[in-house]
Design a protein around this ligand. Structure first.
Ligand SMILES: NC(=O)c1ccc[n+]([C@@H]2O[C@H](COP(=O)([O-])OP(=O)(O)OC[C@H]3O[C@@H](n4cnc5c(N)ncnc54)[C@H](O)[C@@H]3O)[C@@H](O)[C@H]2O)c1
Length: 431
């Protein structure tokens, strides 16, 4: 059992803290956001992540929260950095929060303590942190990069049963100590390496997955032009074990707090090092265009003039089972439609409040049916199960025009056509 301080109690920090406590460690979560900590102390979990509230509640005294750095750092043998590293205008990762944590490490932090970075940081950050620690007389503090691969929506399972745990450390001893924290975890793939390679594994993994998505989205666009169906194409491709079936669902682009910023950061990192990463430039551009693709589809049915048209957006979160709207396709789509003069009525089971703060000009409905009432078109933006399960006969009766653009190929297009809907997916052929 170890004593662990987790700095940053967002999506990654909370899941990390809860899972480490569940492994038997004594964990204290620290955040600069006093309101967040006050809620956490009352058992009120500030983010939506399935199973997280129950897991935190089950830890009892093994997991506590504070906004007081003195209390947070007092006993921690391991200090996990889980703060956000958002994109800057240049595309680089903003590391100011990471440095704030490093700069404020108290003097008492020293011998036998290990600083572990879970935040996604550009290659070279760990070396810079280690150099800074040494220059401040903290030579004895161990340093490790332990990148996080969890997915929002399935974060607990991902953290408990990870495909791999990557530990890049400054010394074999630090490597062993961090690996020891995960001893009780069901994971046969623990990859130990140097700090720079661990940092790169995280970026390369996300960039590769984003590339797969942009690739299948381009295939979908070509399928539309030549009369093939991308869903069948993807299935056929995925049966090849060298390709695999995952991340081949065509749609209206990837979003979220990770892929967009990590792809940009890797592109910038390469550029800053003198290498032009051409492939990633294309991946980013394809994704941006894909988010706008619905507009062209709507125009084909409703005419060039979208002004005054009522468009219902089903889903706002960047994917189902999360309330996270960061970089969501819905933001670009809603903004473009508003710019065209359309009335945008949106519904999401849990992400509405987050979006309301960002886009107050959108009208927010209390249900999918309410959003679709009198709509000239409905657009599936996030593939929530409740949209798939809608009573579509009833929907048809309330819409001004039964037109559906399925941005995630989630609905049963053929069945909807039989019901009398005009239906179009992304790269699909529904006859
Ligand atoms: N969200 C994901 O799915 C995911 C997955 C893998 C990796 N990551 C990476 O993990 C990191 C954290 O992501 P997130 O989604 O959990 O971010 P988040 O925005 O949800 O949470 C970050 C938390 O850190 C706190 N914070 C900021 N500065 C602080 C400081 N100086 N001291 C204490 N707390 C501070 C914030 O108040 C916030 O609560 C990022 O680098 C991200 O790229 C995220």
């Amino acid at each position: 059992m170890s004593r662990i301080t987790v700095v940053g109690t967002g999506y990654v920090g909370l899941v990390t803290a809860a899972c480490l406590a569940d492994l038997g460690h004594v964990v204290i979560g620290m955040d600069v956001d006093d309101a967040k900590i006050a809620r956490l102390r009352q058992g009120d979990i500030p983010i939506f992540e399935p199973g997280l509230a129950e897991l935190i509640a089950a830890q009892g005294n093994r997991l506590t929260f504070t906004s007081n750095p003195d209390e947070a750092y007092r006993d921690g043998e391991f200090i996990f950095i889980c703060v956000d590293t958002p994109p800057m205008y240049s595309g680089d990762a903003d590391l100011s929060r990471v440095w704030k944590v490093v700069d404020r490490l108290p003097k008492s932090v020293g011998h036998e303590r290990v600083l572990v970075t879970k935040s996604t940081v550009p290659v070279g950050t760990g070396a810079a942190i280690k150099a800074e620690l040494c220059s401040r007389g903290f030579e004895d503090i161990g340093y490790a990069s332990n990148p996080e691969f969890l997915r929002e929506g399935t974060a607990i399972a991902d953290a408990r049963y990870p495909d791999r745990i990557v530990i890049g450390a400054d010394t074999p001893e630090t490597q062993d100590r961090v690996a020891g924290l995960y001893e009780r975890l069901c994971c046969s793939n623990i990859l130990t390496t140097d700090v720079a390679s661990a940092e790169m594994i995280k970026y390369a993994s996300n960039a590769f997955l984003a590339t797969k998505i942009s690739f299948i989205n381009e295939i979908a666009n070509v399928c539309e032009a030549v009369g093939a169906d991308v869903r069948v194409v993807a299935r056929g491709m995925g049966l090849d074990q060298r390709i695999g079936p995952h991340f081949l669902n065509a749609g209206i682009g990837y979003g979220g707090s990770c892929f967009p910023k990590d792809v940009s950061a890797l592109k910038q990192l390469a550029g800053n090092s003198g290498y032009h990463f051409q492939l990633l430039t294309a991946v980013i551009e394809v994704n941006e265009l894909q988010k706008r693709r619905v507009i062209g589809k709507l125009r084909r049915y409703l005419g060039d003039e979208l002004r005054g048209k009522r468009i219902a957006l089903l889903g706002l979160a960047f994917k189902p089972h999360t309330d996270d709207i960061r970089e969501a396709s819905s933001i670009v789509l809603a903004s473009r439609l508003l710019a065209e003069g359309a009335t945008v009525v949106a519904y999401d089971p849990i992400a509405t409040d987050n979006m309301r703060r960002l886009l107050p000009c959108v009208t927010y409905a209390a249900s999918a049916l309410e959003a679709l009432q009198d709509a000239d078109a409905g657009v599936v933006v996030t593939e929530w199960q409740e949209f798939i399960d809608l009573d579509w006969q009833r929907v048809k009766a309330v819409m001004a025009r039964p037109l559906l653009i399925d941005g995630r190929n989630a609905l049963h297009g053929a069945g909807l056509k039989e019901l009398g809907f005009e239906y179009e997916g992304i790269g699909t052929q529904i006859r």
